[in-house]
Design a protein around this ligand. Structure first.
Ligand code: DQA
Length: 154
């Protein structure tokens, strides 16, 4: 079964209470439960990991292929704007990734306009709140099924 890794970076464990005017009141647990429902509909398997530590995220990305992961959905949170290590990990593992942000990072402070990670992802979803995770998962599942169809044609 297709396996998709859902990665969340620093402070996203605080969703639900953190800066509600920006991030809303949905918790990471609720996002996870919704994604599990969508995954059942799509017939894909999910793995979840949240960490406040850059190296733990880098390790998880680097090991993803060995662990049978086919694609990554990632909200690198603040590391989006700073982490060359996470960018290199995504590029290095050669798995497709979709970047997701709850808020529209392009409409916020200037330092959030730059994403280190987006250029090594197949796309970015930002500003659609918690629903963005669902769109990111659907986009990844669609990408992987197209890839599989193309491989079968070869
Ligand atoms: C975020 C946007 C980042 O700029 C911020 O540091 C976060 C959350 C988002 O989902 O909107 O922690 O990634």
């Amino acid at each position: 079964m297709t396996k998709i890794l859902i990665l969340n970076g620093p402070n996203l464990q605080l969703l639900g209470t953190r800066k509600k005017e920006v991030y809303g009141s949905v918790t990471l647990g609720e996002i996870r439960r919704n994604l599990q429902k969508v995954a059942r509909e799509l017939g894909v398997e999910l793995e979840f990991f949240q960490s406040n530590h850059e190296g733990d995220l880098v390790d998880r990305i680097g090991n993803a292929k060995k662990e049978g992961v086919d694609g990554i959905v990632i909200n690198p949170a603040a590391y989006t704007h700073t982490s060359i290590a996470i960018r290199d990990a995504i590029e290095g593992v050669s798995l497709p990734a979709v970047e997701i942000h709850l808020s529209n990072i392009h409409a916020r402070e200037e330092f959030r306009h730059v994403s280190m990670t987006a250029p090594v992802c197949i796309g970015q979803i930002a500003g659609l709140g918690p629903d963005g995770y669902e769109w990111a998962l659907r986009a990844m599942a669609r990408h992987l099924s197209k890839k599989e169809k193309n491989n079968n044609k070869k």
